[in-house]
Design a protein. Structure first.
Length: 503
């Protein structure tokens, strides 16, 4: 190595002689220990190392196309980057305590392999600003497919439970009070559709994330004749961000991913809440498999729905990640500011949480069993057939305003006797409906006093009738198959199968 490169490299070290900085020419000293500790981010951004090396490899090719690297230099640079990747994979190369961030650490590793003269050429035409803006998109696009695949698997398990539920009826609730009977399958499918929309949101988000900020430099682009579109395509993007300032400083793409992750958490939490309630002794609608439940350290009889409870709790954490990120972004001026370092931990935490939560949650759903007899016994109770009486009266020519009052009168009498609606006598119905119909006609109301009949009668599109539920199961399966093209795709354009994804 020549003296001039040795001298330049030394200038980029602080007074301790160990720290490699990517800046420093106009500074008379390195950062204080306090600043160094505050600036350090390798504890969370090292996971971007693979993406950073991939970006460096394609950036080297861009430099060569611009005539800034010879063919020999490019070959040696790529060989050095390959060696660096091997060392990273083998954990032979890891960040040191002195490394500010993953970019600094990797440049140190490259200089050790390629030498300061060759390795130092790679930094031309790029900034950590456009690097990190690109790397977080690369990482999120890859993991969005993992999360979507896991969501699809959860949907398939819920659909499987719905298919096994068949025509089983259960009490449908509003305000947590008995409302109207619905098919258990219908209730389960009500949780499938939001999860499908979450998958669709990830696929739709990917269309906006599919733009590379590489080439934006610090904020204004570069003067070296590099081709950002070629770099973008090498990294799996179809286009380049339209504005270099926007490309380096905007994090709405990250925030949008964080919202989708939070929405997934909310949707999982709502299902968790339902399972927790159904699993109580008072409800006894569902039994969880032993392998997806836990016990108590003091109470031998306990069998707890911990997965559902953890899912409910972790959804709050995921929401917190989103709100923290939005609070960070809201007051920033246009163009890069160091505050943006805070964007990564939020979505890393959300993704890590979902990728460990979803497999456990899916296993719980796949193995739980429903107490169908209990569900069907409870389905018509709590005067859940009152609406059926009102609608039967409407079908017999009575205005709904009056029908509502008459059905309510039936409920009032049954409640006063601590009975259900079907316990009322023909004489009771005849007396209540006497102003509008004969006693003989009044007795026909019994034809609608069954939970199964109530469910089957609601046969409009989206209703709880068995044939409608069977249709929506088919529609959900078709939607998942359509989403499979996104799940099976790779953000680098090659075939990719996410863990837990559909075949």
């Amino acid at each position: 190595m020549s003296d001039k490169f040795e001298e330049k490299t030394n200038k980029n070290k602080s007074s301790d002689g160990n720290r490699l900085a990517l800046w420093g020419g106009r500074f008379s000293s390195g950062p204080s220990p306090e600043l160094a500790a505050l600036s350090k981010s390798t504890q969370f951004d090292w996971r971007l190392a693979d993406d950073d090396i991939a970006g460096s490899r394609t950036h080297a090719r861009a430099l060569a196309r611009a005539g800034l690297l010879t063919d020999d230099e490019l070959n040696r640079m790529e060989s050095a980057l390959d060696e660096l990747q091997k060392r990273v994979d083998a954990k032979e190369f890891i960040p040191s305590e002195e490394d500010e961030d993953e970019a600094t650490a990797l440049e140190r590793g490259l200089l050790d392999i390629a030498g300061a003269e060759l390795g130092g050429k790679l930094r031309a035409g790029r900034s950590r600003n456009d690097q990190i803006a690109c790397l977080i998109r690369m990482w999120l696009r890859r993991h969005s497919r993992v999360v979507a695949g896991m969501l699809a698997q959860l949907c398939f398990e819920l659909i499987g439970q719905a298919e096994r539920a068949g025509k089983t009826v259960m009490p449908g609730r509003t305000h947590m009070q008995h409302a109207q009977p619905v098919l258990l399958a219908h209730q389960l499918m009500a949780h499938v559709w939001p999860l499908i929309r979450d998958i669709q949101r990830l696929a739709d988000w990917d269309k906006r994330a599919d733009a590379s900020p590489y080439g934006s430099g610090a904020l204004a682009g570069n003067t070296l004749g590099l081709d950002p579109l070629a770099v973008a395509k090498d990294l799996g993007f179809t286009r380049v961000t339209e504005n270099s300032v926007d490309g380096t400083s905007s994090r709405d793409t990250v925030a949008e991913y964080a919202f989708v992750a939070a929405m997934i958490g909310v949707d999982i939490s709502r299902l968790s809440e339902e399972i927790i309630i159904w699993n109580t002794q008072e409800f006894a609608f569902v039994t969880l498999h032993d392998s997806y439940s836990t016990g108590s350290s003091i109470m031998p009889q306990k069998k707890n729905p911990d997965i559902a409870e953890l899912a409910r709790g972790k959804s709050g954490r995921i929401i917190g990640d989103l709100t923290g990120l939005l609070a960070t972004l809201k007051g920033l001026p246009t163009a890069y500011a160091r505050d943006l370092q805070e964007d990564k931990e939020a979505v890393f935490d959300q993704t890590d949480t979902l990728e460990v939560l979803l497999p456990a949650f899916t296993g719980m759903i796949a193995t739980m069993t429903f107490n169908k007899d209990r569900l069907e016994a409870e389905a018509p109770t709590g005067f859940a057939l009152a609406t059926d009486i009102a609608e039967w009266l409407v079908k017999n020519g009575i205005p709904f305003r009056n029908a509502h009052e008459l059905s309510g009168a039936c409920v009032k009498i049954a409640e006063s006797r601590q009975k259900e609606l079907w316990d009322l006598s023909d004489e009771d119905f005849a007396k209540i409906f006497s102003e509008f119909m004969s006693a003989e006609k009044s007795a026909e109301v019994r034809t609608v006093l069954s939970a199964q009949g109530s469910a089957n009668s609601r046969c409009g599109k989206g209703g709880t009738a068995y044939e409608r539920v069977a249709e929506q199961i088919e529609e959900a399966q078709a939607a998942l198959e359509e989403a499979g093209s996104f799940i099976r795709s790779a953000s680098d354009g090659s075939a990719y199968k996410a863990p837990g994804s559909i075949e």
